[in-house]
Design a protein around this ligand. Structure first.
Ligand code: GLY
Length: 379
């Protein structure tokens, strides 16, 4: 039997859709969800979904929201939104111009999920395609699989008619990689731990000198949306960790880690340190917490607590014993309640933000944080 709507939550979050009883709390797995008669559509994303336009008139969240309210399929609309960021050479964390791996090769990850159709698709470590989200969507639409990687992903994309390019670096991403490479002692490459430390030290130095954007070290855009019928979809796409070991795959293309949704509950996606989400399967955890009736914000806080508890290695801790990296979650439920939640609320003193588009237009909002003020250095 569906739960009753908690009126306090309903009012607090401003969800003004006309709902049948039960909306706002998830059904137990296998139970019929409440029927939603009208939800106010929402699109939520990482802050880059509010920034980049690739020379066009709209940002990711505006584009996706417009398409959703015109009746387009929610996932098609979200993918069209993130395509803007993937194609924009100025965003060095996603698609074309994303920061390359340690060998200077841009390797991209993406996955997407469709709530009503209960389908998912993803690609990892794909080279030569500017829009990995569209290849992930092609996996969802055209195969029985959920993840295709490396050369197989590129071959699949070629067979699906995608253009394969020799190099997705832009002058900006190549310049950053060359500088990073120049500063690294190549002999560290032989020892993965020393190489990791050296890479991190050089990256921090380059951030302090303004040569790398600290907010983009882990890169990524996640974008989730819900339409008036309560249909939920999501997509995550990234160039992954900057200067990663070739072949390293983060959370973004992994179902349950960088994206998870259940069409009868809601969606959660992430940016930030992918290893933390892989270890904790955070997005899946968040959706299951929402299924138990929790608000998107509280559900995401639960995942952040899990990440904090499971981060024990000294190299990953500040001198206060707290995680020395960022992880941000973008969460919405099928009634249109949403939240942007992060371990820390600021980066170098500036508020961390997420993007949202509703009937009131696009906005950047501050994240809610588990640990308060942020780090002065990242990653
Ligand atoms: N969250 C992006 C990555 O870790 O690759």
């Amino acid at each position: 039997m569906p739960h009753k709507v908690n009126r306090r939550d309903f009012v607090k979050t401003g969800t003004a859709g006309l709902l049948a009883a039960g909306a706002g709390t998830g059904p137990a797995f296998g139970q019929a969800p409440a029927v939603l008669t009208s939800v106010k559509p929402v699109v939520i994303s990482s802050a880059n979904g509010f920034k980049y336009k690739n020379g066009g008139p709209r940002t990711c969240v505006e584009e996706a929201f417009g398409r959703i309210t015109r009746g387009e399929d929610v996932l098609d609309a979200l993918v069209a939104g993130v395509n803007i960021v993937e194609l924009d050479p100025e965003d060095d964390s996603v698609g074309y111009g994303g920061l390359p791996n340690a060998d200077g090769v841009v390797q991209l990850d993406s996955c997407c999920m469709h709530g009503p159709r209960k389908r998912a698709g993803g690609v990892a470590a794909i080279e030569g395609v500017r829009t990995p989200s569209l290849v992930a969507k092609a996996v969802l639409d055209n195969t029985d699989h959920h993840l295709i990687v490396g050369k197989g992903a590129q071959d699949f994309a070629r067979n699906m008619g995608f253009t394969i390019e020799a190099d997705l670096n832009t002058p900006k991403s190549r310049k950053a990689w060359l500088e990073w490479k120049r500063r690294i002692d190549p002999e560290h490459y032989l020892d993965p731990i020393k190489r990791d430390e050296a890479g991190r030290k050089v990256s921090l130095q380059m951030m302090r000198e303004g040569l790398l954007d600290p907010g983009h070290y882990w890169g990524t855009i996640n974008c989730d949306g819900v339409n008036a019928k309560g249909e939920v979809c999501g997509v995550t796409t990234t160039s992954g960790l900057s200067f990663k070991i070739p072949g390293r795959v983060g959370d973004s293309p992994i179902l349950g880690a960088g994206l998870w949704l259940d069409g009868e509950v809601g969606a959660a996606g992430s940016t930030g340190r992918g290893e933390a989400n892989l270890f904790n399967l955070s997005s899946h955890l968040i959706v299951e917490e929402m299924r138990r009736g929790r608000h998107p914000k509280d559900a995401a806080m639960e995942a952040l607590k899990r990440i904090k508890a499971n981060t024990v290695e000294k190299r990953l801790l500040t001198d206060k014993g707290l995680p020395n990296f960022y992880v941000t979650f973008y969460v919405l439920d099928r009634t249109g309640r949403y939240a942007g939640v992060d371990l820390y609320g600021t980066l170098n003193g500036k508020p961390r933000q997420f993007a949202v588009c509703t009937e009131n237009g696009p906005q950047l909002l501050p994240v809610e944080s588990l640990l308060g003020e942020g780090l002065s250095d990242t990653p």
